[in-house]
Design a protein around this ligand. Structure first.
Ligand code: GLY
Length: 421
């Protein structure tokens, strides 16, 4: 069996790792992949959003299953193009991926469906947007409508910060993606990430997790793509998860269906949980990163039957089971991330770290046979433990074996749950 994974991050390395360990023993291809995926299969010299190039490769090599990792290829219609040629694809089509591709569309769907989420308004005119913010007050959230490589969301603590974010977005900082801004009320509570597999009809929620978005310890510093995650996130109790199933997933899918849109693949609900009530902060049309590294580490048994069931419309709960052991993923990043950062620094200690944890590669590349940095988030060091404290200790033991010039990581991943326990 041949499986093609599209993308080059830590999420894609984790997907390739889980696929490689499947009892079907598939041959793995990754477009374009990183140094980690190169060790599991064949990296393809193709850009993840190159619909024509990837379709051409598929015609020539006939993958039995294609798994699309990032949002960008999904939002340009990669799944549509491959399916049109008869290939089996895990990932939503373009119309369904708009749940992430347009924040306004996601809000409109949630409002129409009665999904709990914050109040919002949409603007193309900066002065009107600033007037709305002055009326509403801060904290308040400013989002570029379209995809902005994770940089389009500002949680403004003051009206001045909000005005600056509005002027930046509508002034062209994110190109077309920021030509409309969605302004949302700030939600209070604690965050959790729920990833659910969907086959168009059935929804199976994966183990919960919690991401750490800020760059520095104590949840300080700029927002990032995520500096670490752990699973499960006990804040997502069974009662919360039941509400997520009925009030978030069932209502969203019903509303999409009313509009003739079928969702298949994974739908990630970024939640804020306040007093047992979940509200949706954002939808993503893909697996989370680094949540996937933590969640897939706890998945027992094969992944291919569940992914194929999403394609075939035969998804059921019994296809997935979880180890009770918690997992923790610590992201190691390059100096300067999420701003500018150097590339090409040699990474040492990977083999020693692998004795304690699974080291998922994100921004890495091979140069003269050596693993070097090639991105902002470089590695996701992921470990299990008999309890959360042990998982955290195992992950940090591995992290401490790894070094390169300017490497940094948060030292407090899972701090909320560790304090509670
Ligand atoms: N970790 C956040 C995301 O994947 O969007």
């Amino acid at each position: 069996m041949k499986v093609l994974v599209i993308g080059n991050g830590g999420r894609e390395h984790a997907l390739c790792w889980k696929l490689k360990n499947d009892s079907k023993k598939p041959e793995i291809f990754c477009a374009p992949g990183n140094a980690g995926t190169a060790a599991l299969g064949t990296n393809l010299d193709l850009v993840a959003t190159d619909v024509e190039g990837i379709t051409e490769w598929a015609r020539a090599h006939r993958p039995d299953l294609t798994v699309i990792g990032p949002e960008a290829p999904l939002c340009v219609g990669m799944a549509d193009a491959l399916e049109a040629e008869g290939f089996r694809v895990f990932g939503p089509r373009r119309a369904a991926a708009e749940l992430e591709g347009s924040k306004e569309f996601a809000k409109e769907i949630m409002k129409a469906a009665g999904v709990p989420t914050s109040a919002y308004a949409v603007f193309t005119d900066a002065e009107k947007a600033c007037e709305y913010v002055r009326e509403r007050g801060a904290p308040i959230v400013i989002k570029a409508d379209g995809l902005a490589a994770g940089k389009g969301v500002t949680v403004a603590e003051t009206v001045e910060q909000a005005e600056e974010a509005i002027n930046d977005a509508l002034g062209g900082a994110f190109g077309d993606a920021g030509s409309r801004v969605v302004i949302e009320d700030f939600l209070v509570g604690e965050e959790a990430s729920i990833l659910a597999l969907i086959d168009g009809e059935h929804v199976v929620m994966l183990a919960s997790s919690q991401d750490h978005k800020r760059a520095f310890d104590g949840d300080l510093g700029p927002n990032t793509g995520g500096m670490g995650a752990y699973s499960p996130a006990p804040i997502a109790t069974d009662a919360v998860l039941e509400k997520v199933r009925t009030e978030v997933y069932d209502r969203t899918l019903a509303e999409l269906k009313k509009r003739g849109i079928t969702y298949t693949g994974v739908l990630y609900a970024g939640l804020m949980i306040d007093n047992g009530q979940p509200s949706v902060v954002e939808f993503n049309c893909r697996f989370g990163d680094p949540e996937t590294q933590a969640v897939l580490s706890r998945w027992e048994g094969d992944i291919i039957p569940a992914l194929e069931a999403c394609v075939d419309g035969t998804l059921s709960e019994d296809l997935i089971s979880w180890t009770a052991e918690p997992s923790v993923c610590i992201v190691m990043a390059a100096a300067g991330y999420p701003g500018d950062y150097p590339k090409g620094d040699e990474i040492s200690g990977l083999a020693e770290a692998a004795e304690h944890a699974v080291v998922f590669h994100a921004g890495t590349a091979l140069k003269d046979g050596k693993v070097v940095t090639a991105g902002g988030r470089v590695l996701g060091v992921t470990a299990l433990g008999t309890d959360l404290r042990e998982a955290v200790a195992n992950a940090y033991t591995a992290v401490e074996k790894i070094s390169w010039k300017g490497a940094f990581y948060r030292k407090d991943i899972a701090h909320r749950e560790l304090k509670r326990s």
